[in-house]
Unconditional design. Structure first.
Length: 159
């Protein structure tokens, strides 16, 4: 057997395994990844703007840190949502994963606020403002970020 045939018949390299998983990716996955990246970027910019505003208004870095903590909660929740949506887009995935993801995000927000306000003793207003402002990024993303690769209607996930 020549070396080229042996290479093809042998175990796949990491590069070949990665490309084979990309080829099996559900329709619309690159668009979903782009939309999530855009959402996270908008959330980060809004969180940073709110933190700068609190620093300018109060003159202390503690208020800015609290606002960044609230924005960080929103960023983490959006990343968890993206992870659950990616998992749900795989063939054979059920709706139960989406429900579990909703509970997971709810619990994460509750624990993060408890840690931020109770354990770290952060100021409540900047934390809530950072979280709420970053959550408003969903409205901005829905208005300005358009998915260019819709899921085809005939696919298993296109309805």
């Amino acid at each position: 057997m020549d070396p080229e045939t042996a290479r093809c018949a042998g175990p796949k390299s990491a590069h070949e395994r990665a490309w084979s998983s990309v080829e099996k990716a559900p329709a619309g996955l690159p668009a979903m990844r782009t939309a999530l990246f855009n959402l996270l970027t908008i959330q980060a910019v809004i969180s940073l703007a709110i933190a700068v505003g609190f620093y300018a208004h109060r003159g202390t870095p503690e208020a800015a840190e609290a606002a960044l903590f609230g924005g960080g909660i929103a960023l983490a929740v959006s990343a968890l949502l993206g992870l659950r949506l990616w998992r749900a887009a795989r063939p054979g995935a059920g709706v139960a994963g989406l429900y579990l993801g909703a509970l997971e995000r709810f619990a994460f927000v509750a624990v993060a606020f408890a840690v931020g306000l109770g354990v770290l003793d952060l100021a409540p207003l900047p934390v809530l403002a950072g979280f709420g402002g970053a959550q408003c990024a969903y409205f901005i993303a829905a208005k300005w970020v358009h998915v260019s690769e819709p899921i085809p209607p005939g696919s298993e996930h296109g309805g």
